[in-house]
Design a binder for this molecule. Structure first.
Ligand code: I22
Ligand code: ZN
Length: 199
């Protein structure tokens, strides 16, 4: 029955969020620390992902450049998913695997952060972006699912892996959305302190 399927989505999503709270609190707190250190030292945040994760990349950039829930100074964040001229030129001339990596090499500087969303961890465009960021001496925050796939194998000590413990792309993306809001809230808290209404 359709109604049952719909309810099951809500229950499965809610169950996973409870499980993920346990597994992801530590890595998300580390990711906030990496982001706060970078922006406090004048560095910027580059963000990439494919499909639904491209939307997540833009969502995060919007809340860092604009605002999340509180007023604060603008933070330097760029989604690498939005410039169709660059994306089509690079995909056409070099292949889709390079669409983010070339932008990372063009814009990334040591101390900047790459936030990479990939539910499988196996998308070549994301793997190449992570390699490019590491070659630029940037930190990498990888938001994946499952085991983290090929991306997990590339991460170093200073990088952060937020791996949602589930196999289903949609469920993983739902936790990625919650995670990006935790990152925004955590950054606001670290940079600005307790909100007045809660102080
Ligand atoms: O949003 C969805 C599925 O919910 C799709 O658009 C999905 O993002 C695309 O299939 C992506 O290409 C998947 O890539 P990845 O997460 O494995 O890196
Ligand atoms: Zn989707």
């Amino acid at each position: 029955m359709l109604e049952q399927r719909i309810q099951q989505h809500f229950f499965d999503s809610a169950d996973l969020k409870y499980q993920a709270a346990e597994a992801l609190t530590g890595p998300i707190a580390r990711a906030v620390d990496v982001l706060a250190t970078a922006v406090s030292n004048g560095h910027k945040i580059l963000i990439c992902g494919n499909g639904g994760s491209a939307a997540d990349s833009q969502h995060l950039a919007a809340e860092l450049v604009g605002r999340f829930e509180r007023e604060r100074p603008e933070l330097a964040a760029i989604a690498l998913t939005t410039d169709t001229s660059t994306l089509t030129a690079v995909a056409n001339d070099y292949g889709f695997d390079h669409v983010f990596a070339k932008q990372v090499r063009a814009l990334g500087l040591p101390g900047d952060v790459l936030v990479a969303f990939s539910t499988s961890g196996n998308s070549s465009s994301i793997v190449e972006a992570v390699r490019a960021a590491q070659a630029r001496e940037m930190s990498v925050l990888a938001l994946t699912g499952r085991t983290g796939g090929r991306v997990a194998g590339l991460l170093r000590e200073a990088d952060v892996h937020i791996a949602v413990p589930n196999d289903r792309t949609a469920r993983i993306q739902e936790v990625h959305l919650l995670t990006l809001h935790c990152l925004c809230d955590g950054l606001d808290w670290v940079l600005m302190g307790e909100p007045e209404s809660l102080a």
